[in-house]
Design a protein around this ligand. Structure first.
Ligand SMILES: [Zn+2]
Ligand SMILES: [Zn+2]
Length: 222
């Protein structure tokens, strides 16, 4: 138990350094990551046994940084996937064996932690009492852990891009089959949905910038 506490504190310190501040998200993220690794039997995620680990996180908030810090999985290695669900949960998958666990934060956690924190009269501050209570809370009261089945598409796996095509509207390359076929054209998603951003070179949304470049499929990276 003492070893587990020491591991937790070391991983929390590292996460705080990576994230930039100590917050509830760091405490929860470290706890989620430790539980996920334990459930998949991975002791050294940056070593050989972590090679097949892919994590799907469901929120773009503080805890995600802690999960990255503990596990070494990153979007750039395609081993950390962002699912924009706004939910405090992450699924840890061994893509070699298919074993997967989804770990989510219990809905009544915040209320419970606040109740314990309020009773702490020796803590330096309200926040310190909250974080101490969150760190000390038994795992089964913090996290819900369940086996799941995850279907990972080949196009989402680490490794070389499976394809690269040119968007017929903006002329930019789109990899890994993320292109959209619409109005008889091969388009990138922002061009197809007219979302996220517009090219502002001429003050107006880009149109027909690549009318001459036909969408073509190439093997390997561009
Ligand atoms: Zn934070
Ligand atoms: Zn485009």
């Amino acid at each position: 138990m003492e070893n587990a506490d020491a591991d937790f504190q070391r991983l929390l310190d590292e996460a705080v350094k990576f994230h930039g501040h100590l917050c509830g998200g760091q405490v929860i993220g470290v706890r989620m990551a430790m539980a996920g690794l334990r459930e998949l039997g991975i002791k050294e995620p940056r070593g050989k046994e972590g090679r097949d680990l892919v994590i799907f996180v469901e929120i773009d908030r503080c805890a995600t940084d802690a999960i990255i810090s503990v596990t070494g999985r990153t979007p750039g290695k395609r081993s950390l996937k962002m699912l924009d669900y706004g939910k405090m949960a992450a699924t840890f998958v061994n893509v070699g064996t298919g074993k997967a666990v989804r770990i989510s934060v219990r809905a009544d956690l915040d209320e419970k932690v606040r109740r314990i924190a309020r009773a702490n009269e020796t803590a330096e501050s309200e926040e310190a009492a909250y974080l101490a209570a969150l760190a000390a809370m038994p795992e089964e009261e913090v996290l819900k852990i369940g086996r799941v089945i995850v279907n990972i598409r080949p196009r989402d796996l680490p490794g070389k891009p499976l394809s690269s095509v040119i968007c017929e509207r903006c002329g930019e390359a789109v990899r890994d089959m993320r292109e959209v076929y619409r109005w008889g054209r091969i388009l990138c998603r922002p061009c197809a949905d007219r979302q996220t951003y517009y090219a502002l070179e001429d003050g107006r949304p880009a149109t027909g910038a690549s009318r001459t470049s036909r969408g073509r499929v190439r093997k390997g990276s561009a």
